[in-house]
Design a protein around this ligand. Structure first.
Ligand code: NBY
Length: 824
């Protein structure tokens, strides 16, 4: 599509801000609070967006391109204001206009709460994908849930994580539109009856159900500089009718109250687990709620301008973001058969050609399984359909394998059936009910094919494909790091904003001393910016000249924050015992939320904070190392953190991290990866070269080999490596807590003396020495200023592959086959 600069009327914007302050709050600018000014400015921006939004939708209605419905329980959008004006190419105009009104654009941006409708990588990926879809000019709907409370806000009290509700909608959301006219009904419970229709066909109907009204709220997703505006449609639940007491008999009254309760609970809160299933009934209700509403919408939209629903898949594709939206398979079958009288075979043909599934994890505890009785009680008609899908699939397995030499048909059924052991296996439903299954990095897809989903891969290899994740450079460089963005543009032009592969041109400057100095000078300024944030938020003074070594991501045992903090403890010991040895100062920066019920993760947070307390206040250390735990890690402070990172810690146990995307965001901003050969790290090292990254630890092959053989015995390492012994003993000798037993559970995770096969499941001690050695290589490399500058610069220069624009292009070319919409 042609790139065009959008006209942005600065004077109109200014007048609109003043007008909004007056009409929204009955105030003048002098009287308005910063929050009120933010709202006024955001509404003024929305005015500008709406014109583009309408133009896009009109063009789409005329051109009738195929649409992708990206179905996801999570969209971790982050703040919209700054990103919207960047993508409107109006950042400077807005900044200037606000200045003329005596308002600082940064202060204004800080008034916006982070819409945190996601946990971590999976939710943020969905947000990056929407940004890329609009920027590339494809028609897309994000389909999700409008949680009243998003990801909890994290407070650190006495070193412990405390969860505080995130009332992000408290002041309203100026960018959203409530679309009551598109409301849908969603039915739960009851029972299924059979009847014969006029044409003598056997039909099914759900009766005696509870019903809630699904009301969509639309949020604009603006493409960069092309005028395309797509829609993130998130659903809220409302009771279906205001009941009047006198018109209800006792049963109706009960039901009305129940329906109202259901509606008020449904969208109350996001489950704060990542890579772990809570298995709660309400969660399944949430899933069916937003899926039913979204599927009904997609079918109705299609039927507005087409008459043959058997060709639905030519105009619509459903991408299921992990298994959470997988009931879409059965819901589409239901709508086609029950509402449009399709035969089973016709409905199945359309459904499998419409649905695609992305897998984001191989962690066993993250595989979604629902108890049959719960599933059946909540979704009786959907269960019937799943049962029939399963029956036919098991039949297919038997037909394929019965009589094949050396194949145990029962074992195949055990490993692939959708219904087994009284459970509904959502991943199996997603694989069978769609035509594409993808992993999110090369290694991850390989592990799916060779191990986790081996039987499926053997039976239907054509469905499997890889789509290595990516990130949007618009948010994570252009917005997050304006200094570096400007520098890059000065060097190679601004083409990188929509074509990140152009970063390659920066390689010409890798040995250029002036460029190196400029690059590191910018990094230094970003470190100062973060140091200021840390001082304001943590009360800790950190030295921007020290190495900023950063690990920010969800807290999970497999991500091994514990390995990192144990290494810090070792370093602390080392400095204490060799006070005159030369140490290059380092600041270890952590940021992580733990799922509210995940005790080991929460205790790890406490340990990091306790270690920080001891080290930061030890006069012997004299500031050589500092440890900082940044409270409430989220998209908005991530932007500051990535820009300031020297070292990007990506140290998951090899084979466990499906891809990672923080690794890409830090690479983009010129941080050097310290990591295992896991997830997308493998591809990062491939792009930047081994000499420009610090790799350590077991390979995924080695880890899987150990796992096959029942693990290893960490006691051997404890007994033979005095460094390890000392560090572990300090967890339980009172160094970091008056209560010596406080950290015992962490100690026991590493050295389970009762059951050694359960000890150190994430190979922390096994990788410890190799990790220390990699840390040492980093300190040495950093002291060679030229070498480091070259490495850092080459990381930015080599990140072209990791744009979500590239990922989306691959989905479009290989899976979705969308057409671009052309704006006049
Ligand atoms: O998805 C992450 C992966 O861990 C990471 O490696 C990958 O880069 C990223 C994008 O593909 N997975 C993730 O973030 N998962 C979740 O947040 C999540 C949330 C909820 C549930 C499961 C996983 N759940 O079942 O409730």
């Amino acid at each position: 599509m042609k790139k065009k600069t959008l006209p942005f009327d600065k004077d109109l914007f200014k007048r609109s801000v003043l007008y909004n302050v007056k009409t929204l709050y009955r105030k003048t600018m002098e009287e308005a609070t910063p929050q009120e000014m933010y709202q006024a400015a955001a509404y003024a921006i929305k005015d500008a967006i709406v014109d583009h939004w309408m133009t896009t939708q009109k063009a789409a209605a005329e051109q009738d391109p195929k649409i992708v419905y990206y179905m996801s329980m999570e969209f971790l959008m982050g703040r919209a204001f700054g990103n919207n004006i960047i993508n409107l190419q109006a950042y400077k105009a807005v900044k200037d206009a606000l200045e003329e009104l005596d308002i600082d654009v940064n202060v204004l941006e800080d008034q916006e709460p982070d819409p945190a409708l996601g946990n971590g990588g999976l939710g943020r990926l969905a947000a990056c994908f929407l940004d890329s879809l609009s920027t590339l000019g494809y028609m897309a709907y994000g389909c999700g849930i409008r949680y009243k409370y998003g990801m909890f806000r994290q407070k650190i009290q006495d070193g412990y994580q405390v969860e505080v509700p995130d009332a992000w909608l408290e002041n309203g959301n100026p960018f959203e539109l409530r679309r009551n006219e598109y409301a849908k009904e969603v039915k739960f419970g009851g029972y299924v009856t059979m009847y014969t229709d006029d044409m003598g066909r056997t039909m099914f109907k759900q009766e005696g159900y509870q019903v809630v009204k699904a009301v969509p709220y639309d949020l604009p997703v603006i493409g960069y500089g092309n005028g395309v505006v797509n829609t993130l449609r998130i659903w809220d639940a409302e009771p279906i009718q205001c009941f009047q007491l006198d018109s209800f008999d006792k049963g109706d009254y009960q039901k009305a109250v129940e329906q109202e309760n259901l509606a008020s609970q449904l969208c109350e809160v996001l489950y704060p687990n990542d890579n772990h299933i809570a298995g709660k009934e309400l969660r399944l209700k949430q899933q069916y709620f937003f899926i039913s509403a979204s599927v009904q919408t997609a079918v109705q939209k299609y039927m507005q301008n087409h008459d043959d629903l058997r060709k639905f898949y030519e105009k619509a594709v459903f991408q299921l973001n992990d298994t959470h939206p997988t009931v879409a398979v059965a819901e589409l079958m239901r709508v086609l058969m029950d509402d449009y009288q399709f035969s089973w075979d016709d409905a199945w043909d359309v459904t499998t050609k419409t649905c695609c599934y992305t897998n984001h994890t191989i962690m066993a505890e993250a595989l979604e399984k629902w108890p049959v009785d719960l599933f059946q009680r909540l979704l009786p008609r959907i269960y019937q359909i799943v049962d029939e899908i399963n029956r036919r699939f098991v039949d297919q397995i038997m037909r394929k394998y019965t009589g094949s030499a050396g194949i145990d048909v029962q074992a195949k059924i055990r490993s692939m059936a959708i219904l087994y052991d009284n459970q509904v296996k959502m991943a199996h439903l997603a694989i069978v009910g769609g035509h594409s299954v993808n992993g999110v990095a090369k290694l991850h897809t390989e592990i799916l094919e060779k191990r986790e989903l081996k039987d499926f891969y053997e039976m239907m290899p054509e469905k499997f494909n890889n789509k290595t994740n990516g990130i949007t450079q618009r948010r994570f460089l252009l917005h997050a790091n304006p200094l570096l963005a400007e520098w890059v543009t000065n060097k190679i032009g601004d083409g990188w904003i929509t074509d990140l592969s152009q970063m390659d041109k920066l390689k010409a400057f890798a040995n250029d001393k002036k460029a190196q100095n400029e690059f590191m000078e910018i990094k230094f300024k970003n470190k100062e910016r973060l140091a200021k944030y840390i001082l304001e938020h943590n009360g800790v003074k950190v030295d921007p000249k020290s190495i900023f070594d950063v690990q920010v991501k969800r807290l999970h045992e497999y991500k091994r924050q514990l390995l990192n903090i144990l290494q810090v403890i070792h370093k602390y010991n080392d400095i204490k015992t060799h006070p005159s040895k030369d140490f290059y100062p380092k600041t270890y920066i952590f940021g992580a939320k733990a799922a509210a019920g995940y005790l080991t993760a929460k205790l790890t947070i406490k340990l990091i904070n306790s270690v920080a307390d001891v080290i930061n206040n030890d006069p012997d250390i004299g500031g050589k190392i500092k440890v900082v735990f940044i409270e409430d890690y989220r998209v908005s402070n991530a932007e500051l953190i990535f820009a300031a990172a020297d070292v990007s810690e990506q140290i998951s146990t090899a084979s466990k991290e499906a891809s990672g995307t923080g690794n890409m965001k830090m690479m983009l901003n010129g941080a050097v990866t310290l990591g295992t050969l896991d997830g997308a790290n493998v591809e990062i090292v491939n792009e930047v070269g081994e000499e420009n990254a610090f790799i350590f630890g077991l390979t995924s092959q080695e880890v899987m080999e150990y796992e096959k053989n029942g693990g290893y015995n960490p006691m051997d390492i404890y007994n033979s490596d005095p460094n390890v012994k000392k560090v572990l003993d300090m967890l339980v000798d009172g160094t970091f807590s008056e209560d010596k037993e406080l950290f015992r559970p962490l100690y026991n995770c590493l050295l389970n003396t009762i059951n050694s096969s359960k000890a150190d499941q994430y190979f922390i001690l096994k990788d410890f020495e190799s990790y220390l050695e990699a840390q040492k290589r980093i300190s040495d490399a950093y002291q060679d200023k030229k070498r480091w500058a070259k490495m850092a610069l080459l990381n930015t220069a080599s990140c072209g592959k990791f744009s979500s624009d590239r990922t989306i292009k691959e989905y479009v070319d290989e899976v979705w086959h969308l057409d671009k919409v052309e704006l006049q």
